[in-house]
Ligand binder design. Structure first.
Ligand SMILES: Nc1ncnc2c1ncn2[C@@H]1O[C@H](COP(=O)(O)OP(=O)(O)OP(=O)(O)O)[C@@H](O)[C@H]1O
Ligand SMILES: [Mg+2]
Length: 226
């Protein structure tokens, strides 16, 4: 079998608040292989460590112990600059709360990762507009996040995560704050983009209806796979 695109080996994560405080061990030796093009859903109760795990997969956080690999490359050997480039070029991240920049318009928010990645203003705008159009938001391109509904903001955040045409899309409860209709729309988008761009999808969700659409579902409990 070919090499996994993401691989975790005996990953532990603990938070140590210093003298006298109890050490919180969130992940207790997690192994994981995700292959290119897979769609994986991560489930578990609140506090189970889902966001922590997703952050480690996305190199936004580091394991306390154990290793994370991307296509066989040990990410602990990469410099911060290399990791930043890896996140910009290979990964899209959708957060539970969209984290759009309030002083930038919708299209500017989407263009930002492309501009940071070295794309020209013209090409970045072209790509951002293409995504906004796919999302049915082209008329909203010059609106600021505060002028958009929650569902619209989340769609802009999805576009921002996809503008660099990542290999992997990591999403942390992307439908957590949306009503059924908006949630449904985001779900459709994920699978449409996956089909179109061959994305590898890793999604944390509490939404059962969303979860059942994934061929592979993993449950995190007490720091282990359940
Ligand atoms: N920086 C930190 N310092 C100390 N403890 C932390 C820190 N970050 C997370 N934790 C703890 O780690 C545990 C797992 O947190 P995490 O955010 O990964 O949970 P989660 O599964 O995403 O939960 P939710 O479904 O509520 O989002 C929690 O008990 C949390 O309090
Ligand atoms: Mg979380």
């Amino acid at each position: 079998m070919s090499e996994p695109i993401l691989h975790l080996e005996n990953v532990h994560k603990y938070y140590d608040k210093g003298a006298g405080a109890t050490k919180v061990e969130v992940l207790k030796g997690i192994d994981l292989d995700i292959y290119e093009g897979e769609s994986v859903c991560i489930l578990g109760s609140s506090g189970a460590g889902k966001s922590t795990l997703l952050h480690i997969l996305g190199t936004l956080d580091k394991p306390s112990l154990g290793r994370a690999y991307y296509r066989g490359r040990d990410l602990s050997q990469s410099t911060d600059d290399e990791l930043a480039e890896f996140r910009n070029k290979e990964l899209g991240f959708v957060f539970q709360f969209h984290h759009l920049l309030s002083e930038f318009s919708a299209i500017e928010n989407i263009m930002l990762p492309a501009r940071i990645g070295g794309l020209s203003e013209r090409d970045a705008r072209h790509r951002a507009l293409e995504l906004l159009t796919m999302l049915g938001l082209e008329a909203r391109q010059n609106h600021f996040p505060s002028e958009l509904s929650g569902g619209e903001q989340q769609r802009v955040a999805v576009a921002r995560a996809l503008v660099q045409r990542p290999k992997i899309l990591l999403a942390d409860e992307p439908t957590g704050n949306l009503d059924t209709e908006n949630s449904q729309q985001i779900q459709e988008l994920f699978f449409a983009f996956k089909a179109r761009f061959g994305l590898t999808l890793v999604v944390v969700t509490h939404d059962n209806n969303f979860a059942t659409r994934f061929p592979r579902r993993l449950m995190l409990k007490d720091g282990h796979w359940n």
